[in-house]
Each structure stands twice: as structure tokens, then as C-alpha cells.
Design a protein around this ligand. Structure first.
Ligand code: UPG
Ligand code: MN
Length: 567
């Protein structure tokens, strides 16, 4: 095993052609200075026409110049990460940590239960020891339709997981994989085709049952009687007013919960935290914090993966990729979270609304990674449980992953369910640090970004792997109103962070690197950036109509200089 010689589990490489980019950036900065010089020196004198338009434009130019400097923080020092999963298996296969996957859903009409369970099934089918894997579905709608779908999924998983493992299927979301007419990677010959058709039939039948109940809006009596879990809806009044509903659908410790090949299945839990009209529920952050507490009693995974319900796992090896960053003997001690890019399965070729976020995922996050680590963006992110719960970084925070860490339970599943329910009650967080110093932060529309920032301010770093095979694929907003709502939420939320206690402009100063501070500011200033943009898009056209000249003529010497630099 060569334990005396350290062999890294991951590598960090500078992006290629950085020198080229930096020289480009330097010429561009000269161009920006020339523009400012032009604006100041050619400004109309007092009393001349258009003076105030020029002053406004100078303001906009100054703003854009400043903002451009900020964006350089996201481009100057881009790095790429490379993992060595084979080394991880050689050294740590027996000591792999427990991983808890949190999937959040909030509305069975906007987020159809069939989509939600495909995400859940893709996570259950990770190439990872099932006894160390637990999937939690948080349902903020408290809908028995979603529970019914999850129940169906827990049965289908018994066939789906062995099928995936037998043919090394990718992706492992049944909805994404089973769209084709024949096995997409046909290497298994006739037996694979037979199995493929059989599993596809099973899936379609299950999908039909779920869709029928969703359309009807109620569970068939027969199904309701079959599973005691439904009795929890007896006291349910509305999605804003109900008790905690919790059901451990599969317990990986139970010797009877096995798939058709007799192998263990990962733990699967349904949770709808208690909701009351008089208690504010804090949206996704509230759901995540309830999940952190509930899971700590059931499986207590040291690593937590957070997924939106529309974001399925596209690569069965992603958990191992992430673990390379947490388990490296020399470089992992300060890594708190590993954020994968947010990629989408539904972007069209021309992507008219820029929903693919390509500049962010393929350029800017690599830049933040060079300055201390990417932002936490709410999905596709692996966290160390202790850091998510508020732990500060210090020299003792290194985890010895090879230390035996058996999570034993004495109680029966029923006793455990009853005990754990109290952790998801509305009143549990009163007079505690939850939502403040512990777990995800409350009160911000982008709770994840502010949570990630506060973790980094405690001395932790993060990592941004962007493997060629996308780790997760989600659904991007596809209509203009959806895109606008999402961007409004992000720019508003990020601006709030700038003004909050955790502002990257002052609080973070000295706590995170200057590059990362500027990078955060760049996102936090998205909203005010619109003022200069609006000015630039409206005023020059007005001036054109009034015959006021704001830009140099094409063949003047200043214009030639500007063009030379910008080309
Ligand atoms: O009360 C709520 C509201 C939402 N959600 C879930 O939170 C996730 C994200 O919500 P969504 O409405 O889809 O927001 P988006 O604007 O699409 O989310 C993006 O932006 C958010 C704010 O930064 C991040 O939390 C998300 O991960 C990221 O995908 C979804 O799975 C929801 O089901 C809840 O669990 N409870
Ligand atoms: Mn979403």
C-alpha cells in the first residue's frame, strides 16, 4: 500500500493559457483607462450642450471599470481539479465515511413526484456501499402523493439498483436512462436488451400509477390500506398546518431490506417537517436544518450531499470524486465543502436566456477556486457535517477517517421514528443557534451563498471539481418569466448579503482572501450593475436623437488608439 509515501488523492492545476488571458486583461485595462481619459478630457464645458449626459456617462464608465476589476478576481487565477478515485479505493475502501443525501421538494404540482423519485433513485444507485448511504427526501408540501411516489420508488429500487450495477448503467436516473428504445450502451448483448425491456416496463407501470394518483389528487384506498405510513395524514389539515410526518421506508441495517439479488439497500427516509401557520418555516434553509437534525439520529453521515429535487445524479462515481477532496492525508484538513457545477439537461442550443450559466460554471467558479474555493450554490454540494453545523477551523479539525466510527442504534425503527419526529417540530429551534450559527442561515433569499460565505469566514476552504462527465443535471428555467423571477431572487439575495452582517466587503475582510472577497462582491453587485447598464442603453440613443455626440468619430486619433488597444 506504500503508506509511508504520501500519494495525493487530488491534484490542482493552473488553467491553461492563463498568461495569454492575463496579457489580454492588461491591454483591456489600458483600453478602459483610455476611455476614461477620453471622457474626462473631451467633456463639454459648463453651459455647453450635453454636459450632464457626459457626466452621467463618465459615472457609468467609472462603474463599469470598477466592476471589470472585480470580475478579474473571478478570472485571474483559474484552477482545475483532478481526482484519483482508484487511490481512494485502494486506501480507504474499508473506511469510507457514511454519506447522507438530502433531496428537497416543495410542491407536487410544480415538481412532479415522478421527477422527484428519479432524482432519489439516481442517488440510491450511487456506486457506494449501501450500508453507508442514506437518502432523505424533505417534502415541504407534506403531500401524500409524494410519499406514495417514494413508497413506489422504494419497491422499484429493488430491481433498479441491481440492474444499474449489473450493466454499469449511466445515468442512474430511470427517467433519463429509460427514454431510449434500446440499452444506450449496448455491450451486454441479448441479456441486456431483455433486462432493459423488462425494467423499462416496470418503470413505465410505476410511472403510470404515480401519474394517475397525481392527476386524481388522492391515493387509491387499496394502496392507503397497504402501508401504515399513510395513517400519518389522518391528522393533516393543509400543507401549512400539519404534524411532522416521518417514515423510514428502507433501513439499511434491517437484514430483510434487500434487493432482488439479496444485497443491502441504502436507507431511505421521507420527512415532512411540522408546519403551523403561526411559525415561519424559512423555506429550503428550514427544511435542510430539519434534515441535518433528523439524519444525525438515523444515519449520521459525516458527509452530506444536498440536491434540488430536479437535479439528478448523472455519474455514479461522483461521491467518490468528492471524497478525494475530504480524505486526502495532507490537503484535506481545511476543506469544508465540495461544490459541483450546476448543469442542466434542458438547455436549448441557442439558450436565448443564458440559462446554462456557462460563464459561471466554466470560467468564474474556476477562478474562485483559485482564491480559496467556490460559493455554495445550494445543490450538487458535498459538506462535512461538522462544518455545516458551525464548526470553526483550527488545527484539531482534521478528521481521522480510518478511526472506527460505528453509528449504533439501540432502538427499533418505530421507537427511532417517534424520537426523531420531535427534532423536526416547529418549536425545536426556539432559543437555539439553528439558522444563525448552526446549519443553513435564515432570512436571505440565497441562504446557500451566505451559508457558504460564513463557513469560509470561519477559516475553511472549498473545492470545485468540474469533471468532463457532468456530475449532476437539473432543469433550468425555460420561460422568460421563470428566468426573470430566478435572476431577481439571486440579485436581490446577493445584494442583501453585501449589506448583511456577513458582507464580503467588510466582515469577510481578513477572513477570506482578497481575490475571493472581490469575487463575492462581483455577484453581490449584480443588482446595482443594472443602473449603469440602463443608463448606457437609454441615454446614448436619446443623445443620438438630439444630435449630441458622446463617442469619438471613427477616424480621430483617440478613436484609433482606442480601437488598437481593444483589438
Ligand atoms: O420552502 C421551500 C422552497 C423550496 N424548497 C426546495 O428548494 C429547492 C430550490 O428551490 P427553487 O424554487 O427550485 O429555486 P431555484 O431558484 O431554482 O434555486 C436555485 O437557487 C437557490 C438559491 O440560491 C438554491 O437554493 C438552489 O439550490 C438553486 O438551484 C427546490 O428543490 C425546492 O423544492 C424547499 O424545500 N422548501
Ligand atoms: Mn430550481
Amino acid at each position: 500500500m506504500g503508506s509511508d509515501k504520501y500519494i495525493p488523492l487530488f491534484e490542482t492545476k493552473r488553467a491553461r493559457a492563463l498568461v495569454l488571458y492575463r496579457s489580454f486583461a492588461v491591454t483591456l485595462s489600458v483600453g478602459i483607462c483610455l476611455i476614461l481619459f477620453y471622457r474626462v478630457s473631451y467633456m463639454p464645458k459648463d453651459g455647453e450642450e450635453g454636459r450632464w449626459f457626459w457626466i452621467g456617462l463618465l459615472g457609468a464608465d467609472l462603474w463599469f471599470g470598477f466592476y471589470w476589476v472585480l470580475t478579474q478576481a473571478l478570472r485571474w487565477n483559474q484552477v482545475h481539479r483532478l481526482t484519483f478515485k482508484d487511490r481512494l479505493s485502494q486506501r480507504y475502501e474499508k473506511f469510507l465515511p457514511r454519506v447522507d443525501v438530502f433531496v428537497c421538494t416543495a410542491d407536487p404540482t410544480i415538481e412532479p413526484p415522478t421527477m422527484v423519485i428519479s432524482t432519489v433513485l439516481s442517488a440510491m444507485a450511487y456506486d457506494y456501499p449501501p450500508e453507508k448511504l442514506a437518502i432523505y427526501l424533505s417534502d415541504d408540501a407534506g403531500s401524500d402523493l409524494t410519499f406514495y411516489a417514494l413508497l413506489e420508488a422504494s419497491i422499484f429500487a429493488k430491481q433498479w439498483i441491481p440492474y444499474c450495477k449489473k450493466f454499469n448503467v449511466q445515468p442512474r436516473s430511470p427517467a433519463a436512462y429509460l427514454v431510449s428504445k434500446s440499452p444506450p450502451h449496448d455491450g451486454g448483448g441479448q441479456s441486456q436488451t431483455r433486462d432493459f425491456l423488462a425494467i423499462k416496463k416496470l418503470y413505465r407501470e410505476m410511472e403510470d400509477r404515480i401519474e394517475t394518483t397525481t392527476t386524481l389528487g388522492r391515493i387509491p384506498e387499496e394502496a392507503r390500506l397497504k402501508h401504515e405510513g399513510f395513517s400519518q395524514w389522518d391528522s393533516y389539515s393543509s400543507k401549512r398546518d400539519h404534524d411532522t410526518i416521518l417514515k423510514i421506508l428502507i433501513d439499511s441495517k434491517d437484514p430483510c431490506s434487500t434487493d432482488i439479488d439479496g444485497s443491502a439497500l441504502p436507507t431511505l427516509v421521507y420527512l415532512a417537517r411540522e408546519k403551523r401557520p403561526q411559525h415561519f418555516h424559512n423555506f429550503k434553509a428550514g427544511a435542510m436544518n430539519a434534515l441535518i437534525r433528523v439524519s444525525s439520529k438515523i444515519s449520521n453521515g459525516q458527509i452530506i450531499l444536498n440536491l434540488d429535487c430536479d437535479m439528478y445524479s448523472n455519474d455514479p462515481l461522483t461521491v467518490r470524486d468528492a471524497l478525494c477532496f475530504f480524505l486526502d492525508e495532507e490537503k484535506s484538513h481545511d476543506i469544508a465543502f465540495v461544490q459541483f457545477p450546476q448543469c442542466f439537461a434542458n438547455v436549448t442550443k441557442n439558450d436565448p436566456y443564458g440559462s446554462s450559466l456557462r460563464v459561471i460554471t466554466d470560467v468564474e467558479f474556476h477562478g474562485t477556486d483559485g482564491c480559496g474555493g467556490p460559493l455554495y450554490i445550494g445543490t450538487g454540494c458535498f459538506h462535512r457535517r461538522d462544518t455545516l453545523c458551525g464548526r470553526e477551523f483550527n488545527q484539531d479539525s482534521k478528521i481521522d477517517w480510518k478511526k472506527h466510527d460505528d453509528h449504533r442504534r439501540q432502538q427499533s425503527v418505530h421507537e427511532l421514528e417517534a424520537e426523531v419526529k420531535t427534532l423536526a417540530s416547529c418549536t425545536f429551534e426556539q432559543n437555539t443557534q439553528w439558522g444563525n450559527e448552526m446549519g443553513l442561515k435564515y432570512g436571505c433569499p440565497v441562504e446557500d451563498v451566505i451559508t457558504g460565505l460564513s463557513i469560509q469566514c470561519k477559516g475553511w476552504k472549498s473545492a470545485y471539481p468540474n469533471p468532463e462527465r457532468k456530475a449532476f443535471l437539473g432543469l433550468a428555467p425555460s420561460t422568460l418569466p421563470q428566468v426573470l423571477v430566478q435572476h431577481k431572487r439571486w440579485s436581490e439575495g446577493d445584494f442583501q448579503i453585501l449589506l448583511s452582517k456577513y458582507s464580503p466587503a467588510w466582515y469577510a475582510h481578513g477572513r477570506i482572501s482578497l481575490g475571493l472577497q472581490l469575487g463575492y462582491c462581483c455577484y453581490c453587485l449584480w443588482a446595482p450593475n443594472c443602473l449603469a447598464t440602463l443608463y448606457y442603453s437609454i441615454i446614448p440613443s436619446l443623445c443620438l436623437l438630439k444630435g449630441i455626440s458622446l463617442f469619438p468619430q471613427v477616424y480621430t486619433s483617440i478613436s484609433v488608439q482606442l480601437q488598437l488597444v481593444l483589438v
